[in-house]
Design a binder for this molecule. Structure first.
Ligand SMILES: [Zn+2]
Length: 135
């Protein structure tokens, strides 16, 4: 089973800090200075209170599988060869959920609530894609 070959992320002014963090092997999230809510995906404003007082911080990289499915068929280049693979929502310790992949174990070993840690497709590049492994 091959690894998924993700396309290079597209980073714009709202998402660049997130994708560059992944390139350093870090999950970078945003916290609102007004209401303290942690959010993902990256935005210019707090999605909870609309404040523009947003700061970035490095998250723990730890979370648990919130839900998942095993993808058996995907004809998109870069994904076809990796089937079957796990597509999952991982709930980070800080609260946000990421749509991601669980790698490093057989798909039938994944379960809801399973502790996972972040892993990255191409650390030491300028941009990378996060995925998760069993903790
Ligand atoms: Zn807020």
């Amino acid at each position: 089973m091959a690894e998924i070959e993700h396309p290079k992320p597209f980073a714009d002014w709202e998402t660049r800090a997130y994708w560059e963090g992944c390139g350093r092997g870090e999950i970078v999230l945003q916290r609102c200075g007004a209401c303290s809510k942690v959010q993902h995906r990256p935005r210019a404003l707090c999605a909870s209170c609309l404040s523009g007082d947003i700061e970035h911080f490095v998250a723990s990289g730890r979370g648990q599988v919130y839900t998942f499915t095993v993808t058996l068929q995907n004809n998109a280049p870069g994904f076809r060869e990796a089937c079957p693979y796990v597509l999952a929502y991982v709930e980070l310790e800080e609260g946000p959920r990421l749509l991601t992949n669980v790698v490093g174990c057989a798909p039938d070993a994944v379960s809801i609530g399973m502790p996972v840690v972040a892993d990255f497709t191409a650390p030491d590049r300028d941009l990378a894609v996060p995925r998760f492994r069993p903790a």
